[in-house]
Structure formats: C-alpha cells, structure tokens
Design a protein around this ligand. Sequence first.
Ligand code: FRU
Length: 471
Amino acid sequence: MSEVSLLKQLARSLMTGQLIAASDPYRLHWHLAPTVGLLNDPNGFIQAHDRYHLFYQWNPLACRHGAKWWGHWSSVDLVHWRHEPVALLPTEEYEISGCYSGSAVLNNDKITLLYTGNVKYADGSRTANQCLAEELPDGTYQKLGPVIPLPEGYTGHVRDPKVWQHDGLWYMVLAAQTPDIKGKVLFYRSSDLQQWQLISEIAGTHLNGLKEFGYMWECPDLFHLHGHDVLLCCPQGLAAEQYSYLNLYQCGYFVGELDYQQGTFPHGEFHELDLGFEFYAPQTTETSDGRRLMFGWLGMPDDNELAQPTVKHGWVDCMTCPRELFFRDGQLYQQPAEELQQLRQGSGATWQGNASEAPLFDGVSAELLLNVDGPFSLSLRDNASLNWDGECLTLTRLNWRTNETESRYWFGKLQSLQVLLDSSSLELFINNGEACMTARYFPDPTKKSLRFEGTGALSIHHWLLSACVIE
Ligand code: FRU
C-alpha cells in the first residue's frame, strides 16, 4: 500500500481510537504503550543528539500482529517522552509484510536504522532483507533500501539486526534459521554500513557446546559489560522444565568472550533474563555516561496476548521500565534506571514490623522497597500475589483468559525486593536485581490495595508514582 493510503488509515485509527484507549482503566500511568493498536519489540534504542530515542514495533491499525511499522519516541530523561514522526511504514516491495525489528547507530551524526524488511508470499513462505534508513533534518527517516539480501543456506527467517561499532568498524548480530530448522546468530562486519561481510555463525543450536537449543533465536544483542561479552537472545522452541522455560518463548543470555577477528563467542550456560510471564525481545544501548540500559517488550506473543482486556479499548502491550544492566558475581543484574526515581511522589511512607501487621498500601501506580526477614505473602490488588516461604519466591496471578491461577518461581535467599507497579503491570527486582519477574495483570480497577500477611519481619518503603509518560 502507498505511504499516503497508510497515513490516511493511521489518521482514522488515531482519530477514532485515541480517546477510547486513553479512557481505559488499564491504561498505564508511567509505562510506554501504543497510542492505539499493538506494540511489540523495542527497536533502535540509542542516545543521540542529547536525547534517548526509542523506536518500537507497531501495528497502529489493529490489535494484532501484521505488517509492522516503526513508531518513535524520544526523551531527555527516560521518563518524560515525546512522540516523534513515525519512522518506518511498510511501503516498499522489499519490506511489504513489515518493517521488522532492528537497531540504530549514529553515523555521520545521523541516526541510522538497520531493520528487517519482511516479505511473506501467498504460499506461506517468506524472505527477508536487512535494510538501512537514515534520519533527515525534520526527524523523519529516508529509506536507503536493502543492504543484506537473504544469506544463502538459511530459511526466510533471518531478522533483527543489532549493530554496533568497534575499533572503527561496524558489527552486526542477526537472527537466522538453517534449513533443518535450527536457530543461529550470524555475525557480520562492515566498514560503511552498506557492504556487509558474513563472518560466522557465532552462536546457536549445535554451537559452542549447545545441543538442540531451539528453532529460532530472535532479537540477538551482543555487548561488552564490565569485562565480559554478553549475548542476549530469545530462543524459540525450548521445552518447559519444572521451574524454568515456562513461557511460550524464552529470553535470556550467555556470558562469553567475543573474538572479533575469528568471529567466535565461546560462552557459558543460558540464563533466563526474567522469570515472570511477559518479557521478550529486549534491546540495550550504551549511554554517554557508560551505562548499559535495556528496554524489553512487556509482552509475549502467546494465547493470552490478544485476550487482554485492553483490546476492547483498541490498544495492547507495553514496554518494560528502562533497566540498567550490571555484571556481578558471574551474572547479569537488572535494576530500574535511576531516572525512574523522579516518579516517586515525595519521600513516601515507611513501616517496619511483622508482615501480618502491615497497613494496606495503594498499589495502582506505586513502588515498594522491602527488606525481608522471614516468610510473608503479598496480595497485589486481589489479582496476583507473591509468596516467600524461605526457599522459593512464587509469583501467582489470575490468568485473564482462562480465569485460572498460574505461577512462576525463583529459588534463592530473598533479602530485598523492589516492586514497580502500574495499573496493569508489575516488575519485581529481587536482591537488587539478581533476578526479575515481570508480568501484566488486570485487577478489578476498584481494588487498589497491597495486603501483606505472614510472620516474617519486613521493612517497607512505599511511594506513589506520578503519571507522566508521553507529552
Ligand atoms: C520478536 C519478533 C521479531 C520480529 C518482530 C516482528 O517479537 O518476532 O523477531 O522482527 O517481532 O514484529
């Protein structure tokens, strides 16, 4: 479809849908969500021209997956965002089924996007082109066309270029699938972002000591952090185990050592990045002050996704809060970006004592910091709960589609817990980010309380969080 036709449809979608979406009681107060339609992966996350830029997979025309666009927000402080012109619309033959995920780099002082042009055929097959687009002075993007056609020896599932610069050259990791349906990560090099040389399969099923490890690894991201190289990726096709790999698709990381010359990445075990229900396709960037920040999609493309009650209000899915990554004790830690503290209203309320005696706290848009000594449970607005029994922290929620409860688990020694709550999302940071659990939930909007129970001693710090996301 032509750009003009798509933009006319966008105008109608926004004119009819925006107020309806904004009036949804489940509309998020301080998380980024689509004005209308469906949002999925964070794309092109970069700090450039003194602002953070976050692009996103977007179907503005319906609450379903399809031919994706790239929406674009920017912010100085990661909290107050503004809408930027829509960056990419699927108008060209080489991207006709969607401008799929990708990344941004700064080249010649211009934000430059590398993304996947996805092309689906009537017989169900597909191909993919890795494409380039460049910022124009008015904040729109000019497409420069494909720079990597489908590499030989792979199926049409090749996507999600993540590009970075190292020693004056550009490098890319790219998700790919072999004809025998094994997930791989390809490693490319370029001197100009135009001509790309495939160096190696750097990771994937049957590589680096892995056996069978999934049929596709979406959204790879490879970066250096505190002396180590870390590969984030989203393997599809891992079998669920008793307490791990419980979501439809997995999202996690390997720690290893990247050899830029050989294109090798010997690495250790796979660790899940998040033990909750909805967390997928994260992307990181390095800030000017040297922090590694990450946004994830606070979603999961499973049967629950399009059954979310927000679909009735014409929007679905959101981003996680921005998180900072740290490397400690051989593993990744995640903490909410410090900028989020701006959302805290005043100095909050503090309380200490046995959990069962704690007062009720408001949990609609709130933050809790807990120091924990002994078992307790916490009801989150009568729709989800946390239970710590001394060995396992269990997050249970009511599934909005099946109306049954379901749980996720973390085993360890719980000392502290940071809980970030929005009207229909929760993010838990265990022991300063040693583990995380992220989920959507849809409590009765009139039920606002957080209720503690149990014999454990707690010290609680509670803040209400301000609602301020998009200007
Ligand atoms: C991950 C993903 C990517 C793809 C995009 C399409 O959620 O499937 O692999 O590029 O979403 O929207």
